[in-house]
Design a protein around this ligand. Structure first.
Ligand code: DX5
Ligand code: ZN
Length: 221
């Protein structure tokens, strides 16, 4: 089952609780939470206290995307705040294998992410240890950027790699996913579609998510 994960980076933070409830009602499958430290990426967002205070707002799984340097140091805090998935960047963590084990020891699903310029090969040695592979299709740091076309081929290669070696690993795509390209991204092989501005800047969350799901299910006219 392909899934839609709205990124609350593009939500109105002043009414975050209502925004999360609204996307849940609109059919979201996961809540994607972009954690940024102002170092690995220039932007700064939220940390464990915000995540734990929104945990009770929804039953949807929290898909926590850590865009922070050396995430191994703070895995426990993010796990205890209520993450269901914790995804870390290969570019940000020299001890990737150990950090993945720490995530799993906490009973949380482990993800690994690659920036657009990072070769797929950098995730190969840990593929059997993870639950999710996240392919960034924009340079991380900001919502509302344009999907990097060249990443489609990388998604296809990631799909083939997963199918060949670790069929249970979920393939997630993040950045510039919109109504007009979600079909192409589906056809490239993605399982989970992170989408921020396309949902939160649309006037009607249910309509947008509904249309995306119809496209993913092949029932759009
Ligand atoms: C970018 C974040 C994305 C971002 C996606 O660093 O990881 O999750 O919010 O936003 P859109 O869908 O607007 O590209
Ligand atoms: Zn993200």
């Amino acid at each position: 089952m392909r899934k839609i994960a709205p990124s609350i980076l593009s939500a109105n933070f002043g009414i975050l609780k209502e925004e999360i409830r609204a996307v849940e009602r609109a059919g979201a499958d996961l809540i994607h939470i972009d954690v940024m430290d102002g170092r690995f990426v220039p932007n700064l967002t939220f940390g464990p206290p915000v995540i734990s205070s929104i945990r009770a707002v929804t039953k949807l799984p929290f898909d926590v995307h850590l865009m922070i340097e050396h995430p191994e140091r703070v895995i426990s805090e993010y796990a205890e705040a209520g993450s269901d998935f914790i995804t870390i960047h290969v570019e940000a963590e020299p001890h990737l294998h150990r950090a993945i084990q720490k995530i799993k020891e906490k009973g949380v699903k482990a993800g690994v992410s690659l920036n657009p310029a990072t070769p797929l090969a950098l995730a190969e040695e840990v593929l059997a240890d993870i639950d999710l592979l996240l392919i960034m299709t924009v340079n991380p740091g900001f919502g509302g950027q344009e999907f990097i076309r060249g990443s489609l081929e990388k998604i296809q290669r990631a799909r083939a790699l997963i199918d060949g070696r670790t069929p249970g690993v979920l393939l997630e795509v993040d950045g510039g996913v919109k109504l007009d390209n979600i079909l192409t991204i589906r056809d490239a092989g993605a399982d989970i579609f992170v989408t921020g501005s396309a949902i939160f800047h649309s006037g009607d969350y249910a309509k947008t998510i509904g249309e995306m799901k119809k496209i993913l299910d092949g029932t759009a006219c």
